[in-house]
Design a protein around this ligand. Structure first.
Ligand SMILES: [Zn+2]
Length: 119
């Protein structure tokens, strides 16, 4: 069953689109948050992008809460942040046209500081 709220397990990423669900905060550390879909319980790892750290990109977190809490503390979360970025790239082909529009709008707002423009 695909969740009608977050689209899990088919959906792996949520860019800062107006269609993105409002998740429930669980924890945050080192510029990343762990949130949960209130409908299906799927965990999502969110990273805020500029401007004003107000553009959230979410990636489905495949493990438990505990694993995220451990990994985000290692090297200020460096490994987790590169995992997050690589997931965004890996699943970019699954983005909808609405998603692509949201990313394009963010790219313009941030002068190319969205995760798809950065090296
Ligand atoms: Zn869900």
């Amino acid at each position: 069953m695909v969740c009608t709220e977050c689209g899990s397990p088919e959906r792996m990423i949520w860019p800062p689109s107006s269609e993105a669900p409002k998740f429930t905060d669980i924890d945050s550390a080192n510029w990343m948050t762990l949130e949960r879909c209130s409908k299906c319980g799927q965990l999502w790892a969110g990273v805020p992008y500029e401007p004003y750290a107000s553009f959230m990109y979410y990636v489905a977190w495949p493990q438990e809460e505990r694993e995220w809490k451990t990994q985000i503390q290692k090297d200020e979360g460096a490994a987790l942040h590169s995992w997050h970025k690589s997931q965004l790239k890996t699943y970019s082909s699954t983005l909808t046209s609405q998603d692509l529009k949201a990313i394009e709008a963010h790219r313009e707002r941030s002068y190319g500081r969205d995760p798809y423009s950065e090296a």
